[in-house]
Ligand binder design. Structure first.
Ligand SMILES: Nc1nc2c(ncn2[C@@H]2O[C@H](COP(=O)(O)OP(=O)(O)O)[C@@H](O)[C@H]2O)c(=O)[nH]1
Ligand SMILES: [Mg+2]
Length: 381
């Protein structure tokens, strides 16, 4: 009797489950809200349509890009995890990894498991990571020795120079990057402190921006003694490259006579690669490269990018991302406005904000753009 009633219960429950499954669609529905606030029901679309819909309706032609060594794998995945958690898990942009040596299988397996878009891995061609034939090796070595003796950071390093030259002149023409128009550069050991709930790439395009940064800072003068004079010679020979309404006052305090050492810190950049691929920038980079300063001095990609952006772009195409909360090494950017910090769930300390400190170039930037500094800035100088 008891067995019969057990069977009956199981039978009734089973029938109910089958009925329920057919009558109601109990497959979980995933609703994505697009950035205009309209819900899109992706579960109603076939897989290919899903991908296309997402691509055409939502995403910009953009990718993350990280240049890194295999040995930096764990510092880099910490950065990636933070960027994914605060931003990319909502947008699923691709991620391009570049290296002058082949990436290890472990590097590829770990990073691709964390990236929510497609991860791609590229080897840098030797022409983009090596000495051009016109470089005098003896002169370059003598300069490295001298910079080492002078205790200049990375002064003795050859690989650092190849890295700076690659980031100045070549990363945007790597075959994997040619598929994209926009990039966001991410390095090992970076922090994102705030939720970023809007698509930064979309923001850049819709507001006609070309170059975006989070931190600005002064360069060590001993790494770039002739960069400004070389730039001035280039401009004299090619006066048409100068944009009207440019941001020269960010990089010079005397109308262009001398460089004030200010630059956008290039470990964070969101920018449009058409600028780097333009004739103007290509000509500028070739001119700098021919002069040998990447090797005879130790020119960084940050001052090179920054001088180009400040001279060759109208200033309204340069954007300061003040709402992200960003740290690399010892320097951080943290929104000073408390309401903004709470709204974006930032976990940084405003005391750590570098923007208006002495060694930063935030003050120069705000003045050059004619921007009003946030009212809290006086408490954080
Ligand atoms: N593949 C590769 N990446 C490098 C090399 N040197 C630097 N990088 C990368 O280039 C970027 C800048 O280098 P980093 O050491 O962080 O310089 P810093 O931020 O100026 O101190 C980082 O993304 C590094 O991972 C190198 O020799 N090989
Ligand atoms: Mg770094």
């Amino acid at each position: 009797m008891a067995r019969l009633s057990n069977q009956l219960i199981v039978g009734v429950l089973g029938a109910f489950l089958i009925f329920y499954t057919f009558v109601y669609n109990i497959e979980p529905k995933i609703i994505y809200i697009n950035t205009d606030g309209e819900p899109i029901d992706y579960s109603a679309l076939a897989p290919l349509q899903k991908e296309q819909q997402w691509k055409t309706q939502q995403r910009e032609n953009a990718t993350f890009v990280s240049l890194a060594r295999n040995s930096e794998m764990y510092q880099l995945v910490e950065s990636i995890r933070r960027v994914e958690d605060r931003f990319n898990r909502k947008f699923h942009y691709d991620w391009v990894f570049l290296n002058d040596e082949p990436f290890s299988d472990e590097f590829k397996a770990l990073t691709s498991s964390i990236v929510s878009g497609t991860a791609k891995y590229g080897l840098i061609p030797k022409e983009h990571w090596g000495y051009p034939d016109y470089i005098d090796q003896k002169k370059a070595k003598a300069s490295r020795d001298k910079m080492k003796a002078d205790n200049i950071i990375y002064g003795e390093s050859e690989s650092y120079r190849h890295m700076c030259r690659f980031e100045s002149g070549f990363f945007f023409n790597h075959p994997l990057m040619l598929d994209y128009e926009w990039y966001w550069r991410v390095e090992p050991d970076v922090h994102i402190y705030c939720d970023v709930d809007y698509d930064l790439f979309k923001y850049m395009r819709e507001n006609n921006k070309t170059y975006g940064f989070a931190i600005s800072i002064h360069e060590f003068v001993k790494t770039i003694p002739t960069l400004w004079d070389t730039t001035k010679k280039f401009v004299e020979e090619n006066p048409e490259v100068i944009a009207e309404n440019n941001l020269i006052d960010f990089v010079s305090n005397d109308g262009g006579k001398s460089y004030n050492l200010c630059h956008f810190w290039s470990n964070f950049e969101i920018a449009n690669m058409n600028f780097w691929r333009s004739d103007t920038y290509q000509k500028y980079f070739d001119y700098l490269d021919r002069s040998g300063g990447f090797f005879y001095e130790r020119w960084g990609d940050a001052p090179v990018h920054s001088i180009a952006a400040s001279l060759f772009l109208p200033k309204d195409q340069i954007h300061y991302f003040d709402d992200i909360g960003y740290r690399h090494g010892v320097y951080a950017q943290c929104p000073l406005n408390a309401d903004l910090r709470y709204k974006n769930k930032c976990h940084c300390k405003p005391e750590d904000d570098f923007t208006f400190r002495g060694y930063s170039c935030g003050k120069q930037y705000f003045a050059a753009q004619g921007l009003v500094k946030p009212q809290e800035w006086v408490d954080y100088q």
